[in-house]
Design a protein around this ligand. Structure first.
Ligand code: SF4
Length: 58
């Protein structure tokens, strides 16, 4: 994989997000479908599984 790839992301509630730069600070992320997904819609089929909430820190 290219070492210059960046992950652009605007999910401000994630602990890995730099809000001002619209960037993910991780080197790689896992993208997965949601557990109940079969719609074919992007918002059901392509969730960021690396997400961690600022407050909940699950
Ligand atoms: S882990 Fe996922 S949701 Fe969080 S900043 Fe990176 S790409 Fe965005």
């Amino acid at each position: 994989m290219s070492t210059c790839q960046r992950i652009m992301c605007s999910v401000g509630s994630c602990i890995y997000n730099t809000n001002k730069d619209n960037l993910c600070t991780l080197d790689a992320i896992q993208v997965s479908a949601s557990a109940k997904s079969d719609s074919g819609a992007p918002y059901d089929e392509t969730l960021c599984a690396s997400y961690k909430n600022h407050d909940k820190k699950k």
